[in-house]
Each structure stands twice: as C-alpha cells, then as structure tokens.
Design a binder for this molecule. Structure first.
Ligand code: ARG
Length: 463
C-alpha cells in the first residue's frame, strides 16, 4: 500500500453531546491516523464482514448491503494502489475509512456503525494485520534460512574452532555452526505460526457489552471476502471469524500484541547474535570471514576503514525490539477493564517491531550469501593444541583411565606445555609417559587434527 497524505476536512465519529470544539492540542495529541493508517486495508475487510452481517439482519436492506460492500471494495483498491491520500486531519483510521465511504454512499454510511464500536473494530483490524505480517515474515525467515543453507553447502568441509566463553573450545564444522542459526530461525518460525494459529479473530463485542445481533451471525468463514481479495486466500485456514466468548475480554485483550512482539524480540536477539559472531570473525584479529564491500560502509576520517555497520545496526536494533516489548507490557500493566485509550499505544511498537525484523532478515540474507571464509586463517587457528585437549582425555578414557583422572592428566599436560613453551606434539615420549604410562606418542599426535576431532563426535543426528 503506497501512501499519500492529504489535509482536508475531518469529520469525527462522535461529538453530539459536546458543546465545545476539541482543543487543537488535545486533538493532535489523541489522534492515531499518522500510524494506524497501516491497518486501513484490514479495517476495510472488517467493515465488509460487518456489512455482510448487517445484511443478514434487519438493519440493512439487500440494496444497501451491496452499495456499502461495493463502495468498501472500491476504497480498498484505491488505497492499495495509492490512489487516495491519507487524511491526516482525521482522528484515526476508522474515521478515515468512514469519511471516504461517506463521499461515495452519502448518508447510507450512517448505518455502517450499527452494532459496532471502534473498540472491537481496532482489535479485528490489528489481528488481521498481524496474521498477514506473520505470514510475510515467515517468508523472510525462509529467505535467510536458504541463504544460510547455500553458505553451508559452499563450505561443507570447513572446520572452525568452536568457542565457549569466547575461548577456543573444540573444533566444529562451520556448517553445524550455521545450522545452529537455522535451528533458531526454525523455532522462530514455529513460534510465530503457533501465535497466529491461536489468535482468534472475533466480532460482536460492540464497545464492551456485546451487540443486539445473535452470536450465530458472527460465526462465518470469509469466502465472500476471498472473491475480491484473493491475496487473503493464503490465510484461509487462519482467517476464521468467531463470535466473542467474552466481549469484555475481546476489547481489552492485547495479549496477542505482546506475544508477537515477544516472538519478534527473540528473532531480533537471534539475529544480533549472528551479527556479533560475524563482526568478531571479520576483525583483523580473527580474519575468519570477509563481509562483501556491498554490505559495508566506510569512515569519513579514516580512509582504510571498512565497517560492518549493517551487522552493528542489527545488533543494536535488538535493544529497540526489547524496548517495544517492555513498552507494551508496561502500558497494559494495571489497566482496568475494558478498553482504555492507552491501548492505542500498542500499534507503533507492534508495527515498528515487524518492520525492523523484516528488513533485518532481508538484508542479512543478502549479506550472508556474499560471505567468504578465509580457510588459511581458520587453519592457523586450528593449529592451537588446546582445541584437542578433550580428545586426549577421551583417548585416555578409551584406554581405561577414569574420566576425572584423565581430565587431571591432560590438565597437567596443558599446564606443562604452557609453562615450558613446548607443544605437546613436540614432547618426547619419555616426558609424555610421566603424565600417564597409557600415552603413546604416535597415537596422540594423530589427535591434533580437526578432521579426526569432528569425526570422532558421533552423537549428533544431523538433519
Ligand atoms: N484509535 C483507537 C485505538 O487504536 C481506536 C479505538 C478508539 N475507541 C475509543 N473509544 N476512543 O485504540
């Protein structure tokens, strides 16, 4: 949906009981159109469903129903194609759509709000927006997963030092490292899917107390909607409208927003970890990987600089995502039932979290595809004998040494090697035997090999 702005005449959805005009500052302060225009299309879908419901009741004739229905379809298309400007003078997106409808159907629009409140409407539109955004984000997650896959396949034989506490630990396959991030992303995918599936779209809560229409009217599939909006068909399984079980809860529930922002924060946290690893690996000190110039930026002062700003921003944005989550959680804390205007403030953090994570996934997929690993530099790091210390422990255990004493023997061996600046490989057999009579030099020398080390780990059931 492309956006153009207009500052025309604004009508409100309320006002008759007021004798004074709203103070301009108060009007500016309370409006949400500047961000909730993003749910305009979803709000129109809600209105079309509402018109359908009213059409089956005594409130709208068949003719009125189709006039409203068609005008809403028209407005949907016009907004979608960027043919209508968003009127920044209106209070919110619901008012904006209502005003557009007024221009097309005249006073018939006055019937649209029968048995309806923005309190219910906003929940409907936000939930639909979330379902659509989740399915788009799942495609972005797939994009990054396949980029990681391509990178793994290109480097399938590469072994790197694995780290714990940022210290050399044991050799691991680079592909396993990359797949660790794919595992995280698959969990993210499942988490979002679960949230979307369990997010019930209900209607009929009214302002808080329900409406005069019977619950059965609100139970429907959206078949008629899919005819005009085939893009929504993809959501068919998820797009089921139900009558509310509890109207008070329906208008005051924002759990779905919190769940989604929380899932998005987890994704941002995962992406920040991948970014941090790549930042460290691309330093001169490590030099494991080269980030393509097309994804780097320079310095205005130091001509030599090639900085990983994209990755740094991804790392930094994780903070913004957490902030968004905390902001909605805090906004909801202690709110009395039912709807309160505070809840309008859920939208910016929600939209912002979706937008950031989506662009992170896209830019990272591009960056990951261009990564080039510096095998000779990685091999230099793999020469560090300490990476194989655990393998020597296993060697001794295989020879009958209890694990704990094998651990102690190798610990002493490592200490001797450091203090005397001599590699274990260089130690004469006689010296090695002092640590354990079970050590045979030619056997352990073979262990200082990344291939031997990774192949000796058999517990992993790789997918
Ligand atoms: N813009 C409002 C929101 O996002 C819509 C609901 C307004 N309801 C009301 N009673 N003022 O929450």
């Amino acid at each position: 949906m492309s956006i153009a702005w207009e500052t025309g005449m604004a009508k409100k959805l309320w006002g008759a009981r007021f004798s004074k005009k709203t103070d301009l500052l108060a009007e500016e302060f309370t409006k949400s159109i500047q961000y909730d225009y993003k749910i305009a299309l979803c709000d129109i879908i809600g209105s079309k469903l509402h018109v359908q419901i009213l059409g089956k009741s005594r409130y709208l004739s068949t003719h009125e129903t189709s006039r409203l229905f068609n005008a809403l379809t028209d407005i949907y298309k016009a907004i979608d194609k960027g043919r209508i400007k968003v009127d920044l003078k209106t209070e919110d997106v619901h008012t904006y759509i209502q005003n557009l409808l007024h221009k097309r159907v005249g006073d018939l629009v006055l019937k649209l709000h029968t048995a309806r409140s923005r309190n219910d409407q906003v929940v409907f539109a936000t939930k639909l927006y979330c379902k659509i955004s989740i399915s788009e984000l799942q495609a972005d997650i797939n994009g990054l997963c396949s980029a990681l896959n391509i990178l793994s396949a290109k480097n399938k034989a590469v072994i790197i030092p694995g780290f714990t506490h940022m210290q050399h630990a044991q050799p691991v396959y680079l592909k396993d490292y990359l797949n660790a991030y794919r595992e995280m992303l698959m969990r993210d995918m499942g988490r979002l899917g679960y949230i979307s599936q369990h997010m019930k779209i209900t209607m009929g809560a009214g302002a808080l107390a329900g409406t005069p229409l019977s619950a059965s009217e609100y139970s429907m599939n959206a078949e008629k909607i899919f005819k005009d909006h085939s893009d929504l068909k993809e959501l068919k399984e998820l797009f089921i409208i139900e009558p509310t079980n509890n109207s008070l809860d329906s208008v005051s529930d924002r759990d779905f927003v919190i769940e989604i922002i929380s899932a998005l924060s987890i994704i941002a946290m995962h992406l920040s970890r991948l970014s941090e690893d790549l930042i460290i690996w691309s330093t001169k000190e490590f030099d494991f990987v080269e980030i393509d110039e097309s994804f780097c930026t320079g310095s205005s002062l130091m001509p030599q600089k090639k900085n990983a700003d994209v990755l740094e921003l991804i790392r930094g944005y994780a903070g913004r995502l957490n902030g968004n989550l905390v902001s909605v959680l805090t906004m909801m804390k202690g709110l009395p039932l039912t709807y309160n205007r505070d809840m309008q403030l859920d939208k910016e953090p929600l939209f912002n979290s979706f937008e950031i994570v989506s662009s992170e996934l896209k830019v990272l997929a591009g960056l990951v595809k261009t990564l080039k690993f510096n095998k000779s530099k990685i091999d230099e790091h793999l020469k560090d004998e300490s990476l194989y210390a655990t393998d020597i422990v296993y060697y001794l255990v295989d020879k009958g040494e209890p694990f704990k004493s094998a651990h102690t023997i190798v610990g002493k061996l490592v200490k001797y090697s450091i203090h005397h600046s001599i590699e274990i490989k260089q130690m004469p057999e006689k010296l090695l035997k002092k640590f354990s009579s079970k050590i045979v030099k030619k056997d352990i020398v073979r262990l200082f090999n990344p291939q031997v080390s990774v192949k000796s780990k058999k517990s992993i059931k790789r997918r």
